[in-house]
Design a protein around this ligand. Structure first.
Ligand SMILES: Nc1nc2c(c(=O)[nH]1)N[C@H]1C(S)=C(S)[C@@H](COP(=O)(O)O)O[C@H]1N2
Ligand SMILES: [Mo]
Length: 333
């Protein structure tokens, strides 16, 4: 990790809320409320992005945090209404707005996060215990979904390394496995293969030990100054900004240190399409689409969403490329 190469900034001068209000006024003035049927499909996504829609979401508590870091990324924040209404959370359905619609009753209290496996000091922690033990900071990170859309999100969290150090990994600990809650009664996507996209739940993810200990890897408990909404993975989720979004497992109940590389959900479902590493890489394409560029959610004009070039390691190469020295990242995709 290079020191002093990031810069700090609290927030964009124009708040997302102000932008949102403005757009609503323009839309009303133009009488555009009935947009849809007559607009070609390719144009609709960008148009809907631009118009926005006020998301109704479960109440969120403000969180205390210290400092805000961007790690070299100067992009404008994605407006909060986009961050909390365009989601991937297959436990609540495969559609981008399914999590917003179906996760609002999700119970995130009480909640216990178990840390066990190859450690000397296993434990189980409530969310309050985590917040009291580890000071939260704001991390403004790009998030690049493997589906070629992206956002810039102000997360609140703390380095995963702090929690792992407390557990005291033993000499066998080479990987870290993560597991989402399994609760079909609450999660409609876990009740049938169709709604949940054929995933074998619970959703599981994994990192190599050095990736898990990297200072950019955080456990997040909030975004935009408040606790996470359920659709973004409340009460605690992983954020690994140089990897595709699917590595950022949501609503975690267990962190398990292992000797062997753990199975991961998308790799199990389609091994030729999704690897264990899943580092953002514009030179290695998904078999069914290019990874050279991405659609930045919430940006672009009325008739076209903004497409930007995808960067190696999602723009975080100066901090993380060293982790993969000597590795062929075309094979280890
Ligand atoms: N448990 C679980 N975690 C998950 C997913 C999921 O379906 N289930 N989707 C992943 C994918 S594909 C992405 S892109 C991100 C999306 O995070 P966001 O909805 O907060 O933007 O969450 C990841 N974490
Ligand atoms: Mo994703």
């Amino acid at each position: 990790m290079k020191k002093g190469s990031y810069w700090q900034r609290r927030q964009d001068s124009v708040t997302p809320e102000a932008v949102f209000r403005q757009r609503r006024q323009i839309v009303q003035a133009l009488g555009l409320s009935a947009i849809g049927a007559s607009v070609p499909l390719g144009v609709q996504a960008g148009l809907l992005d631009w118009l926005g829609k006020a998301p109704e979401t479960a109440p969120r508590a403000p969180l205390h945090y210290q400092g805000s870091q961007r790690y070299g990324i100067e992009d404008a924040l994605t407006p909060e209404d986009k961050v909390i209404s365009h989601n991937n959370f297959y436990e609540f359905g495969t559609g981008k707005t399914d999590p917003l619609h179906y996760a609002q009753e999700f119970k995130t209290e009480p909640w216990q996060l178990v840390v066990d496996g190859e450690v000397d000091k296993p434990g189980s922690y409530s969310i309050a215990e985590l917040i009291n033990q580890y000071p939260l900071e704001e991390r403004i990170y790009r998030m690049r979904c493997v589906e070629a859309w992206s956002m810039v999100i102000p997360w609140l969290g703390f380095p995963l390394s702090q929690l792992l150090e407390k557990a005291q990994p033993n000499s066998k600990a080479r990987y870290v496995a993560f597991e989402t809650l399994y609760d079909p009664e609450q999660m409609r996507g876990q009740r049938s293969g169709r709604v949940g996209g054929g995933i074998n739940f619970p959703y599981v993810e994994g990192l190599r030990m050095d990736e898990a200990m990297h200072p950019l890897t955080i456990l997040s408990l909030g975004l935009y100054g408040k606790t996470l909404p359920p659709q973004n993975g409340a009460p605690v989720r992983l954020v690994v900004p140089w990897k595709y979004g699917f590595k950022g497992i949501k609503s975690i109940v267990r962190i398990h240190l292992t000797e062997q590389q753990p199975p991961t959900t998308w790799n199990q479902l389609a091994p030729h399409e999704y690897g264990f590493y899943a580092n953002v890489n514009p030179a290695v394409h998904h078999p069914r689409w290019s990874q050279a560029s991405e659609r930045r959610i919430g940006e672009g004009g009325l008739l076209s969403a903004k497409r930007i070039a995808t960067e190696p390691f999602n723009g975080y190469g100066e901090f993380v490329a060293d982790l993969y020295q000597g590795q062929d990242l075309r094979r280890d995709y």
